[in-house]
Design a protein around this ligand. Sequence first.
Ligand code: 0A1
Ligand code: ZN
Length: 888
Amino acid sequence: MRTDTAPLVRREDYAPPPFWIRTVELTFDLDPAKTMVINRMTVERNRAVPAGPLRLHGEELNLTRVLADGQSVSFRHEPGFLVIDNLPEGDFTLEIRNTCCPEKNTQLSGLYTSGGGFFTQCEAEGFRRITYFLDRPDVMAVYTVTLRASQAQYPVLLSNGNLVEQGELEGGRHFAKWHDPFPKPSYLFALVAADLVAREQHIRTRSGSEHLLQVWVRRGDLDKTEHAMNSLVASVVWDEARFKLPLDLERFMIVAVGDFNMGAMENKGLNIFNTKYVLATPATATDTDYFGIESVVGHEYFHNWTGNRVTCRDWFQLSLKEGLTVFRDQEFSMDMVESASARAVKRIEDVRGLRQVQFPEDAGPMAHPVRPDSYVEINNFYTATVYEKGGEVVRMMQTLVGRDGFARGMTLYFERHDGQAVTCDDFAQAIADANAESELARTLPGFKRWYAQAGTPRVTARGRYDAPTRTYTLGLEQAPGPTAGPGAEPFVIPITVGLIGRSGRALPVELEDETPSSATSRLLVLDEAKAFFTFVNVDEPPVPSLLRGFSAPVVLSDGLGDDELLVLLNHDSDPFNRWEAGQRLALARILAAVAGDAPDTLDSAFVDAMRRVLRSPELDAAFKELVLTLPSEIYVAEQLERVDPQRIHAVRESMKAQLAGALRADWEWAYDTLQVTGAYRPDPVDAGRRALVNLALSMLCIDAVARGDEAWPGRAYQRVKDASNMTDRQGALGALLGSHAALAKPALERFHALFANEPLVIDKWFSMQASAPERDGEVFGAVKRLLHHPDFSLANPNRARSLIGAFCMGNPAGFHRADGAGYAFWADRVLELDAMNRQLAARMARVMDRWKQLAEPYRGLAEAALRRVAAHPTLSSDTREIVGRALG
Ligand code: 0A1
Ligand code: ZN
């Protein structure tokens, strides 16, 4: 067990390994209490570095023997390592035998049991919990794996690559032998032994090769795998079409497991998934779940090239695979929809997520560059910065070289690096080299600062119109975010801009000395601290539409007032900025009321603008729902130096109630006219209508409860009982909870009774209660009671997240209590979790990242809770790193 003495690992200390492991033959005798592992490796000395002992990683293992070239050798243990000093000269074989105990593995890292089967999770450093190894991503080997287990209990035996042999053994046992022809790092190893069934599909790729796709689940879940399989087929087709990247194995498997720390894992040819991202039927999964499955299936599949064929040299390069693969899965989801509007909706949702999670991370104690410089526990760096900001960095590259140029860059990247373990620099270099004339190539050294400097840059824009010369001069200035560190240098910031006349006309965007063009949108590149751009042939004072499509992960301040924002909301041809204008109008009002500078009554200009959006015949329902949803409490808090979560909650709830009342007739119209009829289809058009109808229902319930009218809550209750799909059923239950309707209680009981045997739906049941708007401590009381509910278990990560995560992270007003009881609850749960699953505990600990921003009495109480956790004598290094940084 790692303890608080775990050392800091630094990027600058990277050194190549003194040995390579070229092949690995693993034999497992699977037993929940004592699994035996035989590990035969061929080892080569790395002659490029000085000779030294072989130091193999190992954690919670029992070693039974070590043979080098068939002879026993002496060895010693150091914390976390098996050290062998006297090895044969030259290359040799090494055989290690050890045991491990899967049923006691509550960390869910390494080999563990779940639902009566065996599963593995080796990223980032789980392989060392299975056997002794050079458990680092630059050591790539070819694996042959033999699994032996009871045939009755574990009829299905899977590992990476291709099945080469299987058969029966004595004593009711059987075996399967798998061979993966592609050299891979140990973190991509996987095995599964369980009683499972598969949905299968054969596909022929463009190049004519045949492949078998399988989605393995528990018996009884097969009817929930159609969408995952469709998503997998679509992913294979898309990667070949867009990037010419084919499926390279005869067989590609997805396996679903109910106990999993993360979303899913891209093990070569054997992806292991959290059930949440596999199982769906219209009755059990929402539209959001369906889209989540599509994107995670895509993400893991796309890793086959970006991560597996080309992997990371060291864990500091994690974004090499994660940022790039997030970008690819986002592009995939966008390419899956037909309309430009649906693409924009996806972009808005992605940016909303980035701002809600990554921006706060980048401003707080866990701020780190996309390519971090140091860590104690690498598992703590699977962050929104590495993933989502990393994805934005790749997106900016595509913006700077164009879509075709980016595809060319990808081709060069694979020509250069297929089969290698490389760095973020190698990737950026390949994209730039394939586009020698591009803005990326011109600015590459500066562009790479996105990998090196933390913090969200601030961009300030000021425009001046000159009527006599019909010119508009835009001044752009950048400043690094406060966490960028001393000496931060300017970023290379692509800013897509348009100019709009007061009547909504798109104006030309020609710069001085350019050949005239009819374009109404263009790219500016800000690569210095400050720059001016002069637009010509501008007939009227324009409203600038900057950072279209959110072309860079920055905070923009453009000084636009209400009138100008209304022009953008009503007329911008860029849907992202149209949505943004609406959010900014709302945000300005919330912030003014929170500060006490304005009453929390909404003005008619804002209400009318929202009504126009809701009633617009041109806009899609999905887009309307995004505009009409007020900025979240967390996003509001991020705009403030001192945060009073209760005040933010009160203001936002009051404004929601006003929008509910002022637009009552419009919500009724939306509810009545936009219902989706016919069979459930998880497509963006239907999903958008369901989202807007559900928003309308929740607004109508809020307004009705305030007026003492029972009709709308009655309708919502009816819908909980008889909705034909989970999106509508959950929407109706949410409307009752969100309006504090008396019918919420019987509706919850009904919901539970209907889905008592569906764990993923019971997760929703917990999380909806935990994230319901707080009033008089009712939600907190319910959460404490739910801890003792027979369905609750801290050991199952999905369930723990659905109650504790949903409350502590998703319910600011419930959690931040003036008596500090929310923080005490958090501390107790983190300590309980830490003793069984340190990765999960460390994630829950992140809730307190922004405690220093809190106003009193919250701040002092939060600090006390953090100190209590930090003082715990047996705290894991994972959680210690998080609370240590928070207390900083
Ligand atoms: N590479 C996976 C995510 C993942 C990372 C770590 C894990 O265990 C600590 C598990 C999964 C992905 O990006 O999907
Ligand atoms: Zn990933």
